[in-house]
Design a protein around this ligand. Structure first.
Ligand SMILES: Nc1ncnc2c1ncn2[C@@H]1O[C@H](COP(=O)(O)OP(=O)(O)O)[C@@H](O)[C@H]1O
Ligand SMILES: O=P(O)(O)OC[C@H](O)CO
Length: 499
């Protein structure tokens, strides 16, 4: 009897496989980190083969830990770091270059040229995105322009492109299936989110042959089955796919217009469900596809913060201020305030609402009295201020009132951060019991396609509150602190390394 759904969560720093039971509870987790390559300043790359083997080992671990056999798995859902781009040989299945990670800035000059050539508007109108190295389109172009012989081979139809979902499905099905879903396609800068098709005009501008592109499907349907030798003697349907932020929106059961979630992982990504109508932003938010089921297409507004929880990783690994990320909470609580210190973690530029690729991190307000505690507290506060910037833009663009912010991701476990977040936003912050909402969203999408769960109503019943953080800060203090943050960002943007 099939009692579980397996979710594969292929993230930026690690891969995970999680088994969920019918009540939406995680039963076991397999997790594996993989190498981050930084070949030049601002470049971030992954080895797609290492990602593939990490996923296989996570799947095996999750099954072993729960003592579950593959025959008990009703379906597999995949969610993934979005935009990260791999190009491989159709015949051999071998990548022709490392995967270019979403954070990587190596296509900055391509983007600058596209902006100078006046293409900003056309990309924005068709894809809901901006011209920025973040998205896949210029990454594919970079690989074709920089790997010897790649363009010629791509033009002959010998190469394939995919984001991590596409790559994993290709590998799991033994090269039989080359697909992606609406949510991942909507992050490539090549997909028209209104016409729901790859856009030939954009492909021509980027000089990317359409033969490389995967077929785009809905987020909840059977795409193919795993090869039995990969899945331990059994074929399991792969039945759900979504980019990790859209999967988290689904896992948080934000199904109605105006519902918002923020995920505090490596970066922070806030998505607001806007229903069947796309909302165009005037404040640097992205219009993107959300997971629709039953043939429906739904839209979301997104704010992307490039450095969130990874600023805590920087304190841990770079500055060696503590050994474990959760210790940041203990230090932050030891002081009453950050004592005027602001940390702007623009390590790879600033995303929403600034979109400033050239900005770099900065610290303000240091005095002789500044302690390690103040520094750590200011870094956590920097995550919350960036989130406020995004929420303010979202409220203005959507003209909707936000009743509460649902949170998830690794750093959402930090009570200090969540309380400060609520204080600085003046909005209640709701943290569910299951923080693995990204994986849960992928499980739900797969489970709905194979009849494991009946419908969205059944799923909605499963969302359970762990803690609600209500704003306690006086409005005068809130305004003063936020005013200081805005000045810090302004000053950060004035200082440019190239000046
Ligand atoms: N208690 C904590 N307080 C602050 N940051 C944390 C805490 N726990 C984890 N983090 C940060 O959250 C990130 C990990 O979250 P996760 O959701 O696993 O990220 P991702 O999916 O992007 O790899 C890391 O950058 C880590 O520094
Ligand atoms: O892997 P995460 O959780 O940091 O998410 C990465 C995002 O999908 C990038 O857009």
């Amino acid at each position: 009897m099939e009692k579980y759904i397996m979710a594969i969560d292929q993230g930026t720093t690690s891969s995970r496989a999680i088994l969920f039971d019918k009540s939406g509870q995680p039963v076991s987790v397999g997790q594996k980190e993989f190498e981050q390559f930084f070949p030049k300043s601002g470049w971030v790359e992954h080895d797609a083969n290492e990602i593939w083997t990490s996923v296989l080992s996570c799947m095996a671990d999750a099954l072993r830990k729960a003592d579950v056999s593959p025959a008990q798995i009703k379906g597999i859902g995949i969610t993934n770091q979005r935009e990260t781009t791999v190009v491989w040989d159709k015949e051999t299945g071998k990548p022709i270059y490392h995967a270019l990670v979403w954070q990587s800035r190596q296509t900055e000059s391509i983007c600058r040229q596209l902006r100078e050539d006046g293409y900003e508007d056309i990309f924005r109108k068709k894809t809901g995105l901006l011209i920025d190295p973040y998205f896949s389109g210029t990454k594919v172009k970079w690989i074709l322009d920089n790997v010897e012989g790649a363009r010629e081979r791509a033009e002959k139809g010998e190469l394939l492109f995919g984001t991590m979902d596409t790559w994993l499905i290709y590998k799991l099905t033994g090269g039989k299936v080359h697909v992606t879903d609406y949510t991942n396609a909507s992050r490539t800068l090549m997909y028209n989110i209104y016409e729901l098709e790859w856009d030939q005009e954009l492909l021509d501008i980027l000089n990317v042959p359409s033969s490389m592109l995967p077929e785009v499907k809905s987020s909840s349907e059977v795409y193919g089955k795993t090869l039995d030798y990969h899945f331990f003697g059994y074929q399991v349907p792969i039945a759900g796919v979504a980019g990790d932020q859209q999967a988290a929106l689904f896992g948080q059961t934000c199904f109605e217009k105006g519902m918002v979630k923020n995920t505090y992982g490596t970066g922070c990504f806030m998505l607001m469900h806007t229903g069947e109508q796309p909302v165009q932003s005037k404040h640097g938010l992205l219009t993107t596809l959300a997971c629709g089921i039953d043939g429906k297409v739904e839209y979301a507004l997104e704010g992307s913060i490039f450095v969130g929880g990874s600023s805590i990783q920087w304190l841990r690994d770079g500055l060696r201020m503590f050994n474990q990320a959760q210790q940041s909470e203990v230090y932050a609580k030891r002081v009453e305030s950050a004592d005027g210190v602001y940390v702007v973690p623009a390590f790879v530029g600033l995303g929403t609402p600034y979109w400033d690729s050239d900005a770099r991190g900065a610290v303000f307000g240091l005095t002789r009295a500044t302690s390690k505690e103040h520094f750590i507290r200011a870094t956590l506060e920097g995550i919350a201020y960036q989130t406020k910037d995004v929420l303010m833009a979202m409220i203005e663009d959507s003209e909707m009132t936000v009743q509460s912010l649902r949170v998830d991701g690794g750093a959402a476990a930090n009570d200090f951060l969540m309380q400060f977040q609520s204080d600085i936003l003046n909005v209640p912050v709701e943290r569910p019991i299951t923080l693995e909402t990204t994986a849960l969203g992928a499980a739900y999408l797969a489970g709905l396609a194979v009849g494991f769960w009946k419908d969205k109503e059944e799923i909605k019943e499963q969302w359970q509150l762990d803690n609600k953080f209500e704003a306690e800060m006086e409005s005068e203090i809130r305004e003063k602190l936020y005013h200081g943050w805005k000045k810090a960002v302004q000053a950060t943007r004035v200082f440019k390394m190239d000046d």
